[in-house]
Design a protein around this ligand. Structure first.
Ligand SMILES: *Cc1c(COP(=O)(O)O)cnc(C)c1O
Length: 354
């Protein structure tokens, strides 16, 4: 389906400016919008990027009935533009929406919204390794109401902007023994705004203590490693790629899944199991834990060099030939077209806008 497009008449940047952009938080010129009322999505359109009109009593602003996704479009080596694993993001979006009692967005509607927006914004997709156009689909509850109730009106929006390569220093993470990101039966597996608001104070406290990120542990004992910041976390222990199993406290990361697929194909042994803090400490000390890294759409693979446990810092050497950098390169090669896309992970963006 062709979406109605109200084109922006004064584009803010041209392709040269986008390629030279230093910042990552500049929105591109257009926004996709759809509205939900009377049990159906309607009024799909693309409009110039501008502030929204919302009633101050929108339920989403008070009760955090809100869900989002984060995904990327890449400029490939031959100049074409590809979006990574749209279907998988659509499925996760719907899992999050169901948890928050919000209406699902049909997969083809999600895909058409994302791909049409990216096609329209192709000048905004920066070239170069690790650069991308970051895509932010989200749904907010817009019904006007003071009292608590599940909203019956929503907006589905997709925006985005250029994402410049970040070459962060290897991470210093602190095992969190007090605060909780996610608990059994809770919303940890959903990408809903409330999870991130609740993580802000613990993250600030970890920053103040000299760490980049929190290493989240289970809500019950604060002893089993779950995730790091807004990334899934992986370890190499005696050559085995080890990561927490999916469940209601773990966000089902698409980078996590992609790396597990690649590792399995290469015959790298995988163990999806919980690693305790006690084991983490012992295995860093005896050298059997050789790599620790976060995985997510933003950084792809982020090496961890220091783990703070109960006031003590434990160090990991980051080697140039580490296996984690192999995964990072393989993902990059698929995204740039340097390697064949054997799993059909990329959607080539062409012909969505007339
Ligand atoms: C988004 C997110 C991830 C990573 O998921 P990707 O699909 O790989 O980007 C991991 N953990 C949390 C808490 C997240 O919000």
């Amino acid at each position: 389906m062709r979406l109605p497009i109200d084109r922006c008449t004064n584009p803010r940047l041209d392709a040269d400016a986008v390629a030279n952009l230093k910042l990552s938080n500049v929105p591109s010129d257009h926004l996709y919008i759809a509205e939900y009322a009377h049990m159906e999505w309607r009024k799909e359109r693309i409009a110039p990027y501008r502030p929204l009109q919302l009633t101050p009593l929108s339920l989403g602003l008070h009760y955090a009935q809100q869900v989002f996704e984060g995904m990327k479009a890449y400029r490939m080596n031959d100049g074409r533009i590809g979006v990574f694993r749209t279907d998988r993001h659509a499925q996760r979006f719907n899992a999050s929406l169901r948890r928050m009692a919000m209406p699902e967005v049909p997969t083809d509607m999600f895909a058409n919204a994302v791909h049409t927006l990216v096609d329209l914004e192709r000048e905004w997709v920066p070239p170069g390794p690790d650069s991308a156009y970051y895509i932010r689909p989200f749904v907010i509850a817009t019904e006007e109401r003071i009292g608590l109730k599940p909203s019956e009106e929503f907006m589905f929006l997709v925006g985005g902007g250029p994402f410049r390569p970040v070459y962060p220093k290897p991470l210093r993470v602190r095992v969190e023994r007090q605060y909780t990101r996610a608990s059994k039966g809770g919303t940890g597996y959903a990408k809903c705004g409330g999870n991130y608001a609740a993580a802000m104070l613990p993250t600030i406290l970890a920053n103040e203590a000299g760490y980049d990120q929190v290493l989240w542990t289970d809500a019950h004992e604060h002893e089993y490693i779950e995730e790091s910041g807004t990334m899934n976390v992986m370890f190499f222990i005696n050559g085995v790629l080890t990561t927490a199993p999916l469940g209601d406290t773990i966000l089902d990361g698409i980078t996590r899944d992609s790396i597990l697929v690649l590792a399995r194909e290469q015959g790298i042994p995988i163990d999806e199991r919980s690693v305790s803090v006690t084991e983490l400490r012992e295995r860093i000390l005896d050298g059997s834990l050789t790599e620790a890294f976060g995985v997510g759409t933003a950084a792809s693979v982020a090496p961890i060099t220091t783990v703070g446990i109960d006031g003590e810092d434990y160090h990991l050497e980051i080697k140039q030939d580490a296996l984690m950098f192999g995964f990072k390169q393989q993902l990059l090669d698929i995204r740039t077209g340097a390697a064949p896309d054997a799993h059909n992970w990329m959607t080539i963006i062409d012909g969505f806008v007339k």
